[in-house]
Design a protein around this ligand. Structure first.
Ligand code: NAD
Ligand code: DAU
Length: 335
């Protein structure tokens, strides 16, 4: 496995993963295949653009001919699929694009893997496929009781991967990760939204009572877990990937304000997200048996993340302009 196609590699986790791979494996070649939607950004890959082991191709994972051409041209051995529509709130506004990319696009990649006999398709999935978990922790074998168009689309993508393994012997693996935080996360997601708003003294819109719980993990820990499964995971298997530490959103918001020396009065409770999943929780014993565990505590991960946004205004100020504020108004006005 030396020639990897990283779909969605210009997004948040994908770009961190590409940097991680090139650092760790000097003999790997990485082709990033990305449509560059609003969430894709070549600035995320700026520091590796001159690396001869890295190539960027702009393309849609739903485009069969283009996917097949890239797999052949670059003699691809394996696909790691990060490409997706990823924001739950946008899935409530515009579910169609989620079904198209997260379900149909996954099918296109699986077909290409089947046709060209690839060694692996790794599907980057999410803890949201289990639905909200009010008590206990989800096992990989638990039923998928999804509640948002985003999580339903991701669950369908996972099921298609398993179907291709069972029906056609395509060697797939799946990881289901919890909430990632770290460098290059588009500032629509709660953590970078709250950090960048706080820097500018703009209110932090906290949904409902703010007592919903998430397991926030540092993005490079997640990348390391994906690497472990890519190289040691068993085809046809699913691996949960999280820290097992849960934090309420209101606690996360207050910590961000404390780290930036800003007042808690910047927190503004707004109308809750429809169908808001109250809690996710992953049992991660299966990946622990492969030797993986997250390296960063929540506090370390958040501190590093806040520092990155403070030090990299060049990156997010370009994003927080016209189109972004249009979305922001649609999403938050009158809530
Ligand atoms: P992101 O929104 O930052 O990036 C998604 C990338 O996919 C972008 O570069 C975008 O241009 C690209 N893309 C979208 N549609 C495409 C298409 N049709 N063809 C090609 N490229 C396309 O997302 P992220 O947060 O980096 O998430 C990456 C993956 O990890 C997703 O599959 C997501 O479901 C999963 N995941 C995310 C988290 C999280 O906390 N962010 C946690 C667990 C799992
Ligand atoms: O759990 C993994 C998932 O984490 C990924 O699969 C998704 O791609 C990713 O977007 C993320 O989903 P969440 O909905 O958990 O993340 P988000 O950052 O949107 O919200 C985190 C929590 O904060 C959630 O409980 C909703 C809340 N929130 C979010 C926003 C955007 C707010 O209170 N206010 C906000 O403005």
């Amino acid at each position: 496995m030396r020639n990897l196609l990283v779909t969605g590699g210009a997004g948040f986790i994908g770009s961190n993963f590409v940097r991680y791979l090139l650092d760790k494996y000097p003999d790997y070649r990485v082709v990033v295949y990305d449509k560059l939607t609003y969430a894709g950004n070549l600035d995320n890959l700026l520091d590796i653009q001159d690396d001869p082991r890295y190539t960027f191709v702009r393309g849609d994972i739903c485009d069969v001919a283009r996917v097949e051409a890239v797999v052949q041209e670059y003699d691809i051995d394996a696909i790691v699929n990060f490409a997706a529509e990823t924001h739950v709130d946008r899935s409530l506004m515009q579910p169609g694009s989620f079904i198209q990319t997260d379900v149909y696009g996954t099918y296109v990649l699986l077909e290409a893997a089947r046709k060209f006999g690839l060694e692996r398709v790794h599907q980057v999935s999410t803890d949201e496929v289990y639905g909200q978990v009010l008590e206990g922790a989800s096992l990989e074998t638990d039923p998928l009781i999804t509640r948002s168009p985003y999580s339903a689309s991701k669950a369908a993508g996972d099921l298609m991967c398993l179907a291709y393994f069972t029906s056609f012997g395509v060697p797939v693996t799946i990881t289901r990760g919890s909430n990632n935080i770290g460098p290059y996360q588009y500032p629509e997601k709660a953590v970078p939204l709250f950090i960048t708003n706080a820097i500018d003294d703009i209110p932090l819109p906290l949904y409902g009572d703010g007592r919903q719980m998430r397991d926030y993990q540092y993005v490079l820990d997640h990348c390391e877990g994906i690497d472990v499964v890519l190289h040691q995971g068993v085809p046809g298997e699913i691996y949960n990937l999280g820290t097992s530490v849960e934090t309420e959103n209101i606690v996360m918001a207050r910590l961000i304000l404390d780290l930036l020396g800003k007042p808690h009065s910047l927190i503004q409770h707004v109308t809750d997200r429809p169908g808001h999943d109250r809690r996710y929780s992953l049992n991660c014993d299966k990946i622990a048996a492969l030797g993986w565990r997250s390296r960063h505590s929540f506090e370390e991960a958040l501190e590093k993340t806040v520092r990155w946004y403070v030090d990299n205004e060049w990156w997010w100020r370009k994003i927080k302009t016209g189109e972004y504020w249009e979305y922001y108004r649609r999403q938050y006005e009158g809530r």
